[in-house]
Design a protein around this ligand. Structure first.
Ligand code: AKG
Ligand code: FE2
Length: 248
């Protein structure tokens, strides 16, 4: 990671940029060597999965990789925490980062694309590791579409409104007709992109199935993590509807 602790001015500027533009970028987050190392992990994981979609979830799944270090890095945690506090005016849930290395390839990768969702976490950061030659699977979002909800039940209602065929179709049509409210981000490998994952309705466009589209995703501040409803609903719904990820 080619960054160290951020100044208060930098944190303010980043937060403002996310608010105004929908996202902010930290260029060259990874060094070329780090990027190459993570690409090796991606290639091995995709091969082990029989050349199909695979997601390495959690710290333990990336032990020994630079991604493991980032997931516990004080610089990264400090960044996320201060950006969240700057935006919300309250302390973040200090649970650490929830990380996923998402590798899209082939038809199974396409099936994981164009699924609009809200994350459960206030802040989402994404660093593309590698992108295919053809369609890159740009990040697509309706930034800050909803506020931070007071209760888990309200959050669940938002999600139920989106997680159905009709709404997904409607959003895809709106995008395809050129609706101006969408923000499309052509990401570059090695840069880190920050946005309000909880508030923004988002997904990635389909990527060229002949190549690998891998993104290192870090979520921070699980807003309703402590809600007792969460556990109950997760256990009753979770296994029935595994997608979109990070849904409940
Ligand atoms: O891979 C991406 O670009 C988006 C991933 C995402 O939205 C998520 O993991 O919650
Ligand atoms: Fe997401």
């Amino acid at each position: 990671m080619q960054y160290t602790y951020f100044s208060d001015e930098q944190i303010k500027a980043l937060t403002q940029t996310i608010d105004q533009q929908g996202y902010a970028v930290l260029p060259n987050w990874a060094s070329p060597e780090e990027l190459e190392e993570i690409r090796g992990l991606v290639r091995r994981s995709v091969a082990a999965a029989g050349n199909s979609y695979v997601a390495l979830t959690g710290q333990q799944a990336v032990v020994g990789s630079t991604l493991y270090d980032w997931g516990r890095s004080p610089v990264m945690l400090d960044l996320c925490k201060r950006v969240v506090t700057q935006a919300t005016g309250r302390a973040a849930n200090d649970d650490g980062l929830h990380q996923v290395l998402r590798c899209l390839v082939g038809d199974s990768g396409r099936r994981e694309s164009m699924i609009f969702h809200y994350d459960s976490y206030v802040l989402t950061t994404i660093m593309p590791v590698c992108l295919p030659e053809g369609a890159k699977g740009d990040l697509l979002m309706l930034p800050s579409k909803r506020p931070l909800r007071e209760t888990y039940a309200m959050n669940l209602l938002d999600k139920l409104k989106i997680d159905n065929r009709w709404s997904q179709r409607y959003l895809i049509n709106a995008y395809q007709k050129g609706n101006k409210r969408f923000t499309q981000v052509a990401m570059e490998p090695g840069n880190m992109y920050l946005f309000w994952g909880y508030r923004s309705l988002h997904t990635n466009l389909p990527a060229d199935p002949n190549g690998i589209r891998a993104t290192a995703v870090f979520h921070y501040d699980n807003l309703h993590g402590a809600s007792s409803l969460v556990g109950r609903i997760r256990s009753s719904l979770g296994h029935v509807r595994p997608r979109p990820r990070a849904m409940v």
